[in-house]
Every structure is written in structure tokens, then in C-alpha cells.
Write a protein that binds this ligand. Structure first.
Ligand SMILES: [Mn+2]
Length: 252
């Protein structure tokens, strides 16, 4: 097995450099990659199954369809910028969509994965919005929303994420690391795992801790806003190797 995790690319359109880099990266994925795991906020905005998005990101969609067809499992976790993905991404692309957390078993390695937007218990306003957006009436609305309105909402959500990124002060970063690590240790006590992989906070982290004498680890993928990167898990003898690799190469 070989698993790739990516998150928080926040792609706005296919003609930007980061999107070209991502398309290039996707085209390099062959059948040796068993799992491609997208941990949310891949697009700066994608809601429902509207053709607006399919027309906006045709090469990314085509690459992911190709990757599914070659036999790689593609898992797409919903973020807070990409929601109600099941209809399009499961039926038309063949990805497995996870609106919530999900646990992978790579041989004897138990890896829990989630977008990470439930890690901060103090984020009450957001937690309410998250619940609201996933209620049935809002889901129905999301699938029926007209194209020009979708574009407008997308612009608005980009502005919000810019504000979010601007908050990256030292205190903010420390606070994020605190709640990320507290969350990982608490969840591991409830249901032990070897590794927890999250995104969302845009603050990269790799933290080891012990629960009941057993070593565990929490990895946050950060975002592509500072550096395009991919997290790789591969087995080696009786162990697993974790690598955070930059995604480079000429954007074609
Ligand atoms: Mn997010």
C-alpha cells in the first residue's frame, strides 16, 4: 500500500499555478498508489453537484476519474469550503465521500482522518453554521442554487478565508497547536489510533504523545497557501514511514 493525504489547497480556478501543480501531481499518480485521500477544502468553494463547478475544474475532475478507474481508492472528506459532495463525487467520479471522520486500516496501522473543523470547541459560531449547512432544507437548496448565485457565494467565502489566513499571528498559531493536540489526545483516549491526520487550521503540525503507554501521533497537513505538499504513508519492513513532501515540478 501507499497512501497520499492532501488538504486545504483552496483552489480558485484551474488557470492558477497551484491548480496546475495539483493537476500535474494527479497525472503522476499510478496504480502503485493505493489510497488518495483528500481531507477537505480542496477547492476554495464547491457545493452540491452544480455544473458550475464541474465546468470550472474539468481537468481535476477528469484526473480523479482516471485515478479511480486505474484502481486507486479516492477518498474525499468534506471541508467547510466543499460540502454536499456525495451526489456528484460518488456517482460521477467514483470517490468515497466522507462528511465526517473515517478510520483507515493500512495492514496493522489504524489511521483516523477528518477535515479538522470540529477540533476547536470554542468556535461556537462556526459549529452552528456547520450544523445548519448540513440540515436537509439547506442541502436541498444547495443542489438547486442557480449558477450566478453560486459564483457570488464562492467569492464571499474566498474573502472569509483570506481574513482567516491573515490571522496567522504567533498567539493564533500557538492556540491552534494547543487545541489540535488536546483534541488528538482526547480522541485517542476514547478510541485509540496510531495516527490522526487533520487539516483545516492551516497550521502544520507533527506531534507525538502517549496514551496508556502506547505511542500515538497527530499530523496536521497545514495548507497549500504557504507550500504545496503531500503527506505519504508507506510500509517498510515491520514499520510505516511517514513523509511530508513538497509538491513541485513545472506547472504545465
Ligand atoms: Mn477548512
Amino acid at each position: 500500500m501507499k497512501a497520499y493525504f492532501l488538504s486545504d489547497l483552496h483552489l480558485k480556478s484551474e488557470d492558477k499555478d497551484k491548480a496546475k501543480l495539483f493537476i500535474n501531481f494527479l497525472s503522476s499518480i499510478d496504480h502503485n498508489v493505493s489510497h488518495l485521500i483528500l481531507l477537505g477544502d480542496v477547492f476554495d468553494f464547491w457545493i452540491g453537484e452544480h455544473t458550475y463547478f464541474q465546468k470550472k475544474f474539468p481537468h481535476i475532475v477528469a484526473q480523479l476519474q482516471r485515478i479511480v478507474q486505474q484502481g486507486t481508492e479516492v477518498h474525499y472528506f468534506e471541508g467547510n469550503h466543499d460540502i454536499h459532495l456525495k451526489r456528484f463525487w460518488e456517482k460521477s467520479v467514483g470517490a468515497k465521500v466522507h462528511p465526517e471522520k473515517y478510520t483507515f486500516y493500512f495492514e496493522n496501522l489504524k489511521v483516523r482522518a477528518e477535515h479538522g473543523d470540529l477540533m476547536n470547541p470554542k468556535d461556537k459560531g462556526y459549529l452552528f453554521l456547520r450544523w445548519l449547512l448540513r440540515t436537509k432544507p439547506l442541502e436541498i437548496l444547495a443542489h438547486r442554487i442557480p449558477g450566478n448565485l453560486v459564483g457570488w457565494i464562492g467569492e464571499r467565502s474566498s474573502q472569509v478565508s483570506r481574513v482567516y489566513t491573515a490571522r496567522m499571528t504567533k498567539d493564533y498559531t500557538q492556540n491552534v497547536l494547543d487545541f489540535t493536540r488536546t483534541y488528538a489526545m482526547k480522541e485517542c483516549q476514547k478510541d485509540p489510533f496510531d495516527l490522526l491526520v487533520t487539516g483545516h487550521t492551516h497550521v502544520k503540525d507533527d506531534f507525538e504523545f502517549n496514551v496508556r503507554g502506547k505511542k500515538s501521533r497527530s499530523v496536521n497537513l497545514g495548507s497549500w497557501l504557504d507550500q504545496p505538499k503531500v503527506f505519504e504513508i508507506t510500509p517498510d519492513q515491520q514499520q510505516f514511514i511517514y513523509l511530508m513532501l513538497p509538491v513541485t515540478g513545472s506547472a504545465q
